[in-house]
Design a binder for this molecule. Structure first.
Ligand SMILES: Nc1ncnc2c1ncn2[C@@H]1O[C@H](COP(=O)(O)OP(=O)(O)OP(=O)(O)O)[C@@H](O)[C@H]1O
Ligand SMILES: [Mg+2]
Length: 359
C-alpha cells in the first residue's frame, strides 16, 4: 500500500467519502450509524450521511483495525491508530460505546501550520510571534496547553520551526503528527503492546532512551503520564529549549497537570520537590483555545515565576481579551501585551527583537 494512499479508508467508509475528500473538513465524528458530524472551519456540523446499518459500520471499524494489523473485538473494544496517510482514527465498539460503533477521524493535514499562517489567521498577533521567537531562541522550556482540539499540536509544530538549524532535535510522539522543517531531526514513535500484551514501548521509555542520543532539544508530542518527571529532569539538566503539549484549561492548570503526571511516574518524591522541579524546569506556557466562533487562538503567553509560599506564580506576557459575543456567534476581541518578560534584557543582548513594552 502506498503510504499516501488512503483509498482503503474510502472503501470502508464509503458513506463519508465526500468528507474524506474535502480538504476543508478536518474531523469526521461518527456516533453510531445514523449520526455523523464533521468539523469544517472550526465548527461542528451534523451531516445527513448515514451507514446502512450498525453491522456495516462495525465491519468498517474492524477492517480499519485489520488494515493496521490491530484487533478490534470484544476483548479489545477500543482502537487508537494512525493510518498510512497520517490520519488518526479512534474507534470504540459496543457495549463500551452505548450508541453503536463510534469512529472519530482526525484527517492528516498535508501542510502543518506555520507561525506566519497562524498570524495570517489572526490566531496570534505579530507581537506574539516576536515573543514566541524570543522564547525559542533563548531556549526557554515551553509547554503548549489547551483543551481538546484547541490547536496545541499545531502550535507546537509552528514553535519548533523557530529552533535554529544547528540544534539536534529529537521528536518523540505517541502517534506521529509533527513535521519539523529542520534537517537534523530524529523521529521516534511509541509502540503499543502486541496481542500477547508484549513489546510495548511507552513515551516514558522513549524519553529515557532519547537522553542517551545526545539531544540538544526534545520535542515531545504530548505529556499524559509519568514521562513528565523524566522530561522535567531533562529540562533541568542541559536540554533547555525543550517543548511539549499538555491538556489543561489554563496556564496554571498546565503546571498542576505536569505535577499530577510527574506523580504518576511512581517515583517517590515529596510534592514540594516535584512542584519545585515544575516551577524551575518550565519557563513558559503558551495557551491555546477554540473560541465560540470556531476560531483557534493563542490566548495567553505566560512566563513561570519562582514559587511563592509553595504556590505557582505566572506572569502574562500577552493575552487575548474577548470584548463581545453576539447571539449569532460573532466574536470581537483583541490581543494585549501584559507584563514585560524577565528575559527582556537577555533578548536585547542577543539582538532578538521583542514587542515594545514601553518604559
Ligand atoms: N489557529 C488555527 N486556525 C485554524 N485551524 C487550526 C488552528 N490550529 C489548529 N487548527 C486545526 O484544528 C485541528 C486541531 O488542531 P491540533 O491537532 O493542533 O489540536 P490539539 O489541541 O493538538 O488536539 P488534540 O487535543 O486532539 O491533541 C487541526 O485540524 C488543525 O489543523
Ligand atoms: Mg494534539
Amino acid at each position: 500500500m502506498n503510504s499516501n494512499d488512503a483509498s482503503f479508508l474510502v472503501l470502508f467508509l464509503a458513506p463519508v467519502r465526500e468528507y474524506l475528500a474535502d480538504d476543508k473538513v478536518s474531523e469526521i465524528l461518527i456516533n453510531g450509524p445514523n449520526q455523523i458530524y464533521i468539523e469544517r472551519g472550526g465548527k461542528l456540523e451534523l451531516t445527513s450521511a448515514a451507514f446502512a446499518s450498525e453491522a456495516q459500520l462495525k465491519a468498517a471499524a474492524v477492517n480499519i483495525a485489520k488494515s493496521v494489523d490491530r484487533q478490534l473485538d470484544d476483548m479489545h473494544p477500543d482502537l487508537d491508530a494512525r493510518l498510512p496517510d497520517g490520519s488518526r482514527v479512534h474507534a470504540t465498539i459496543p457495549p463500551i460505546s452505548r450508541c453503536g460503533t463510534i469512529i472519530s477521524i482526525r484527517k492528516f493535514k498535508k501542510d502543518m501550520l506555520t507561525l506566519a499562517k497562524l498570524e495570517g489567521f489572526g490566531s496570534v498577533p505579530h507581537d506574539g510571534v516576536l515573543l514566541l521567537n524570543a522564547i525559542v531562541k533563548l531556549r526557554k522550556n515551553t509547554i503548549v496547553s489547551g483543551g481538546t482540539s484547541s490547536g496545541k499540536t499545531s502550535v507546537l509544530n509552528a514553535l519548533s520551526g523557530l529552533i535554529p538549524e544547528k540544534d539536534r532535535i529529537l521528536v518523540l510522539e505517541d502517534a506521529s503528527e509533527l513535521q519539523l522543517q529542520q534537517q537534523h531531526c530524529v523521529y521516534f514513535e511509541t509502540r503499543k503492546p502486541d496481542k500477547h500484551g508484549e513489546g510495548e514501548f511507552t513515551i516514558r521509555d522513549l524519553v529515557i532512551a532519547s537522553l542517551r542520543l545526545r539531544p540538544d532539544r526534545l520535542v515531545i508530542g504530548e505529556i499524559r503520564g509519568g514521562e513528565a518527571l523524566d522530561l522535567l529532569q531533562a529540562m533541568n539538566t542541559g536540554h533547555s529549549g525543550s517543548m511539549s503539549t499538555i491538556h489543561a484549561n489554563t496556564p496554571i492548570d498546565a503546571l498542576s497537570r505536569m505535577e499530577t503526571c510527574a506523580i504518576m511516574s511512581g517515583v517517590e518524591m515529596p510534592l514540594s520537590a516535584i512542584r519545585m522541579q515544575v516551577a524551575s524546569a518550565i519557563n513558559c506556557v503558551v495557551h491555546t483555545m477554540r473560541l465560540p466562533d470556531g476560531s483557534r487562538k493563542i490566548v495567553r503567553i505566560s512566563e513561570v515565576m519562582p514559587l511563592e509560599n509553595s504556590e505557582y506564580r505566572m506572569r502574562d506576557l500577552m493575552y487575548w481579551k474577548t470584548d463581545s459575543l453576539a447571539p449569532d456567534g460573532t466574536l470581537t476581541g483583541h490581543f494585549a501585551l501584559g507584563e514585560k518578560p524577565s528575559f527582556f534584557a537577555d533578548a536585547g543582548i542577543m539582538g532578538i527583537e521583542l514587542p515594545d513594552y514601553g518604559g
